[in-house]
Unconditional design. Sequence first.
Length: 554
Amino acid sequence: MTEKELHAYLQLHYPRENERCEWKAFSNLTHDVSGHKGEDVISYVSAIANMQGGQLVIGVEDNTLNIMGIRNFHDYTPENLPARLAGNCTHLITEGLYVENITTTDTNKTVWIIHIPKHAPRKPVIAHKQPWQRLGDNLAKLTQEREAAILSEPLSNIEDWSAAIVPDVAINDLDTAAIAKARENYKNKFPGQAKDVDQWDDITFLNKAKVTIKGKITRTAIILLGKPESEHFISPAEAKIRWLLKDAKENDKDYHIESCPLLLAVDKIYAKIRNLKYRYIKEGTLFPDEVDQYEPFVIREAINNCIAHQDYTKGGRINVVEMEDQLIFTNLGSFIPGSVEKVVKEDAPEEHYRNRFLATAMFNLKMVDTAGGGIRKMFHYQRERFFPMPEYDLSQERVKVTVIGKVFDMDFARVLARNPRLFLEQIVMLDKVQKRKPLSDEEIKYLKGVGLIEGRKPNYVISAKITASLSNDELKAHYIKQRGLDDEHYKNLIVEYLKRFGESPRKNIEKFLRDKLPDILTESQKKNKITNLLSALRIKGAIRNNGYSKWTLV
């Protein structure tokens, strides 16, 4: 849209500044995202989240809404900003946190609309060590009254769409073949209950599998086991998966749509995908002769993740697009963990699910693994083939996963083949290099520090020396020094320190931890990390602040 059209669009949708909406210039993101407390982006995100959620419009003139445009993006993108905000704002949830990116066609000015979700129950959002709110035209520390209101909110406010009972629906609205398949999967998942399952009637089984509730049909039951003609019971939501085949020029060649029961639809969509053989360029014994383009687990995991995490309230369908050398999977709704890097690094079950009831039922029916690790396994399977890592596009309030079924860059493939002990986090960063994706300053510092890349910004290439094998001990030493350990390790260090020395001022804790934190962090980032660690321990009830910034065990 033109600058005039964008101005009209903003005036229509965001006509005034209030507790739910702010207009800010923020033309230089180098220091505007996390800079002066009470004046930067993270402070406004905290303030908006601590009320009812809303929008922060940046790249516009305050008070007038005139389009100024963001002039310096630093290393921020619409895709990575939500994760960066979540990293600087304690308790900020990523469900519904996304950036709407608009660039004018006539003046090439860019405006970002940051959509900010409301805080989670009993968890005020903190930036710069304190929660914020809007008072008049300024930001201020969250008032005691507002903080008390947040801390006393009932936890039952979190509604699970997938658990709702569907009225006027009975067991005969479910597909008998799907129920039979569900029984088979349940027995495979829980072999110790196999004999009992054979004795249960359908309602008892579905209750035990947590697909129904006290014999009543849920939306989850319709999605997974409903007859195709029963889909209307969850309208305007859809329970459909569309397979689309495209040629090399991205022209549509064929398509197929499967409706519920999605338990059976997964196999039917999987059967549509042509999993051809990929033949490697021979380099001695470095690569195998040929391999399937896609690991079956990767295809099924991607489809099942789409089913489990789809935002059904948006009325869309799941898409599987097959191209010559890649598969694309899309579902509506934000990526709840916030960033793929977080999932790959932590390799742990997610604490929050959009459709918890649906995810639990899919776990019981052996469709997904809620113990976590499914996404990480997808990365490992690509690694074993020396193929590019799965690519996640989290923009536009949807999740788009691209899986490439070929070698993309021979240097990258050689690195994986000759260095099987590389950490997955290192491979993900090198994957950005081969795809010419932008690297953050922290990633550049790390990759250069361990000699994995060479060249000058932004034209980095994989270092020639890394195509030869590095020792595992060398990699471990570099990794720990540069990237650090997980937060639980540092929290345990703080607890052990306070056990040994008793009450301690903040400065002593900082001195104790400073050289133990990863080298990749600046001094300012180390202070922020220590603040977050102390805050997490305080909220957990492990430590408390006795005033004058002195900490002690509870």
